[in-house]
Design a protein around this ligand. Structure first.
Ligand SMILES: [Zn+2]
Length: 276
């Protein structure tokens, strides 16, 4: 990231040229410095592989470009997560398994650039994500980690929850999909992997409210209404080239019942009556 680079413009340009040259040979291993993998697994594009032999490890083992600062929050994370590369790969493979039924369906993703640093200009912020696959950047505020650690929260688990959401953006399809649905699906994957407590679920709102409100509705469709492949199906509705994405079309395709507002109303009634 040039914005973080304190070198002179010429040095930056030289580094950029070097990186570009290196990257042309090392795309699969990831570029940009930082922590390099000790695991020899690389990403194999699913389309060029024998489908019967493609493993989740092959398609969802991104390289981590880890860039912590020297803050207590970053140091605490490093102490709790001795192998951030393996930590990322476990999350990535669980995300891929939640979104897809077979490893050969998983789209290519190569590198996560993960910053953990004190946000001096925005000390109360939590995290942001930038970029698009095959490389995304996630930045977690070390001040936030320090604050929650003081409250007894496990920082490694908290960052894991953030990464379940963000790594869903790395692997999900989003062609034509409404942004609240994209964010809702990311929180669905986070919830299904155990990183959003059910106590956060509340009645009210609308399916387009996004994030947790949308996610708990999707989870209800999958876990309670019996549409066991809902997450998979909903993601498939936004495959590249799929035209005419809409809430109604996507819900109709993934539920036998079909009608979105009647499903939402049924979900609300279920919540109000105690969610049994
Ligand atoms: Zn998101």
């Amino acid at each position: 990231m040039l914005t973080l680079n304190k070198k002179s413009p010429i040095a930056v340009l030289k580094a950029l040229i070097q990186t570009t040259l290196l990257c042309s040979h090392l795309v699969l291993a990831g570029c940009g410095g930082g922590e390099q993998t000790t695991n020899s697994a690389t990403i194999t594009p699913a389309s060029t592989s024998n489908t019967s032999q493609v493993s989740w490890e092959q398609v969802a083992s991104p390289t981590l470009d880890f860039r912590p600062d020297q803050s207590p929050g970053a140091e605490l994370f490093k102490k709790l997560v001795p192998s951030p590369q393996n930590y990322l790969r476990e999350i990535s493979q669980n995300v891929a398994r939640t979104l897809y039924q077979q490893a050969n369906e998983v789209p290519a993703f190569s590198t996560l650039e993960l910053h953990i640093e004190r946000w001096e200009n925005e000390p109360n912020g939590v995290a942001w994500k930038a970029g698009d696959p095959p490389r995304i950047t996630v930045n977690v505020n070390a001040y936030y980690l320090e604050k929650i650690a003081a409250q007894g929260v496990n920082v490694a688990e908290e960052v894991k929850g953030i990464l379940y959401h963000e790594m869903t953006h790395a692997y999900q399809h989003a062609s034509g999909m409404d942004l609240p649905a994209v964010e809702g699906l990311a929180d669905t994957v986070r919830y299904l992997n155990g990183y959003i407590p059910i106590s956060f679920r509340r009645p009210g709102g609308k399916w387009t409210d996004s994030y947790k409100t949308t996610a708990f509705f999707f989870a209800w469709l999958q876990e309670k209404k019996g549409y066991k492949s809902f997450t998979y199906c909903f993601n498939q509705q936004a495959k590249p080239g799929n035209a005419n994405w809409s809430w109604n079309n996507a819900i109709a395709a993934c539920t036998a019942q079909g009608d979105l507002s009647s499903l939402w109303n049924e979900y609300q009634t279920w919540l109000i009556n105690g969610a049994h």
